[in-house]
Design a protein around this ligand. Structure first.
Ligand SMILES: Nc1ncnc2c1ncn2[C@@H]1O[C@H](COP(=O)(O)OP(=O)(O)OP(=O)(O)O)[C@@H](O)[C@H]1O
Ligand SMILES: [Mg+2]
Length: 585
């Protein structure tokens, strides 16, 4: 059956898809396949019985037999109808379950991947893969099962009827088969190429739509509507063009098949007419033959087309396995152990790191963040501050050197135990759609309502939350669009507060807050850092003042370290200069 595919890469993918799909849904497919075989058998039977019908009318003319034949015809069609129902039902069920399972699998795999994976694909590409690839997997399995069971068996049954009834005439009809197969094959290569492009254009549509939604403020205020419209129109036009090309390719199989079938049937009619008129053939046998030939046409046409449709689906299947087979860049060590409970000291040892090959972001960095104290990281933009936090959270692995938690290399720790120790407040706050309560609880899923309220109070968020009409049940919109910048920030602090973790990583937002918001934020941070090892990337003087120790980063190196007072004493020091520029970017 797999000879059906010309490329061996496709064969392997199909074999894999089928074995994965059948393993899970064996009972459904077994029932559907049995039903399909019944459908095929009934189709052949309906051609076979034409011989008896015709001969009865023309030769024997026995009324009792006519009842019998009529009953047989009714039985054949009723059985076929019922079997078709069973087949359709079980095939759809199994198909829908394949989609659901595929989507779960793709998403699980995506979650397993590290940050780099998400930088390698655009979000729109991933969305399209998650939705369309699962659909494609289902359609490939569907086509294979219907083509190779129902259509192939029907064809075999009908060909048997033809050969038994009229062996010589069958030869005439069969000449046309190979010609049809050859012509359809030539269409395949084109289909594959166009389909791949269509997937890409489709993810462009999603991409433009996403940017419109997330960037609506910028789009509106910079009057970018016409540019966005152009991008969208172009993407839509691309998809339209590709869909038309594919439709044209699929449609062209019809004239090819119809022409060939017409010629075959016409030839057979001429030959059979002569045979009945001149030779001693019974008209029943020829009727049965012609009926089988006519009935064979539909399954043959579908089989010929199946290759084009399969090629279409295989593009999606390939994209799905692309994701599934992409190696994970960051994995837990095989014998990973949970991190031990310790005082909470973090140490960076000879750390070198780069995101890309060409540029080093951190150079031979040695730093200690003492347990229970707050360290502020300051320095010019691009100096590597956020990168340090990324490595401490093990979102990336260092190129060389180690990150130690109380002396343990985090590379050999269970990821969950590492991340459980950390509460992170990101540079750009991210909130989930849903209610305020739901969002804060993301910090610790099993927190009680009372604990959530406590955290909100400590983060100075309780007052504005209760002032909203529905309080903690207020929906905050996609990424908190219904809230102000300062409110969003305090919610993310409440979320970190609730986590009750030993280590706090704070990447301070660079956006300026008004004096009151800043005072509320400072106060919230005071609560949050108490008793925790805190590393705060600081853009505000008020945050720096709260720190026990300050590290100035520049070009991936720590160029100064000390307390606020110590660092200010150096007249030409980097901190002194930053301070004179008010620290704020
Ligand atoms: N995902 C990434 N891929 C490639 N390069 C990156 C990536 N993230 C950051 N960089 C680069 O690494 C360097 C350090 O970036 P980092 O985000 O650590 O700076 P930062 O000190 O936090 O700056 P800022 O104060 O502006 O937030 C920059 O030159 C940046 O271009
Ligand atoms: Mg940063």
């Amino acid at each position: 059956m797999l000879k059906f595919f010309r490329s061996s890469a496709n064969q392997r993918l199909v074999a894999r898809l089928l074995s994965e799909s059948f393993r899970k849904h064996a009972p459904s497919y077994a029932i559907a396949i049995v039903a399909m075989i019944v459908v095929a058998a009934m189709t052949a039977a309906s051609a076979w019985i034409m011989r008896d019908i015709t001969n009865e009318f023309v030769i024997t003319k026995d009324p009792n037999k006519i009842y019998l034949i009529a009953a047989a015809v009714a039985a054949i069609f009723i059985t076929k109808g019922f079997a078709t129902y069973v087949q359709a039902l079980f095939l759809s069920r199994a198909g829908n379950s394949i989609i659901a399972e595929r989507q779960r699998k793709i998403y699980d795999r995506m979650l397993e991947h590290g940050i780099e994976f998400y930088h390698a694909f655009t979000s729109s590409d991933l969305i399209v893969r998650l939705t369309q690839s699962a659909q494609a997997a289902r359609s490939v399995v569907d086509i294979l099962v219907t083509s190779f069971v129902r259509d192939l068996f029907s064809l075999i049954g009908l060909v048997l009827v033809m050969v038994i009834q009229q062996p010589a005439m069958s030869l005439v009809a069969f000449i046309f088969g190979p010609i049809a197969i050859y012509l359809v094959n030539r269409l395949l290569k084109q289909t594959r190429r166009i389909m791949e492009k269509e997937f890409l254009s489709f993810s462009k549509i999603v991409e433009v739509m996403q940017e419109t939604v997330f960037g609506v403020r910028i789009v509106k205020s910079f009057s970018l509507e016409s540019g966005m419209r152009q991008r969208m129109y172009k993407a839509v036009a691309d998809v339209e063009k590709r869909s038309n090309s594919i439709a044209a390719l699929e449609a062209v199989t019809s004239p090819i098949m119809e022409t060939l079938a017409g010629l075959a049937i016409a030839g057979v009619i001429v030959v059979s007419g002569f045979l009945v008129i001149q030779g001693g053939q019974t008209p029943g046998s020829i009727m049965s033959f012609i009926t089988a030939l006519l009935l064979a046409y539909e399954p043959a046409k579908r089989l010929a087309r199946a290759r084009v449709s399969l090629e279409k689906g295989m593009v999606g299947v390939r994209m799905m396995y692309d994701i599934a087979d992409r190696p994970l860049s960051l994995v837990e060590a095989p014998d990973a152990k949970p991190l031990a409970k310790g005082p909470g000291e973090i140490r960076l040892e000879n750390l070198n790191f780069s995101y890309r090959d060409e540029e080093t972001v951190l150079k031979d960095l040695n730093l200690v963040f003492p347990a229970g104290q707050m360290t502020a990281l300051v320095g010019a933009s691009g100096g590597g501050k956020s990168t340090i936090l990324n490595l401490i959270m093990r979102l990336y692995d260092p190129d060389s050197g180690r990150v130690l938690f109380d002396g343990e290399d985090i590379k050999y720790a269970q990821l969950q135990s590492l991340r459980d120790k950390i509460a992170y407040v990101s540079q750009d706050t991210f909130l989930f759609s849903g209610s305020v309560m739901h969002n804060i609880r993301m910090g610790r899923q099993d927190a009680t309502d009372e604990e959530v309220v406590e955290a909100a109070k400590a983060a100075n968020a309780h007052a504005f939350i209760t002032a909203m009409p529905e309080g903690y049940d207020t929906l905050i919109g996609e990424n908190g669009v219904f809230l102000s910048g300062g409110q969003r920030q305090r919610l993310s602090i409440a979320r970190a507060m609730l986590r009750q973790s030993q280590i706090l990583l704070l990447d301070e937002a660079t956006s300026a807050l008004d004096a009151e918001s800043e005072a509320l934020f400072r106060d919230a941070l005071e609560h949050l850092k108490a008793g925790r090892t805190t590393i705060a990337i600081a853009h505000r003087l008020s945050t720096v003042h709260q720190a026990n120790n300050i590290i100035v980063m520049e070009g991936g190196k720590a160029i100064e370290q000390g307390t606020h007072k110590e660092l200010l004493k150096r007249p030409d020091g980097a901190y002194r200069k930053l301070y004179d520029f008010q620290l704020m970017p």
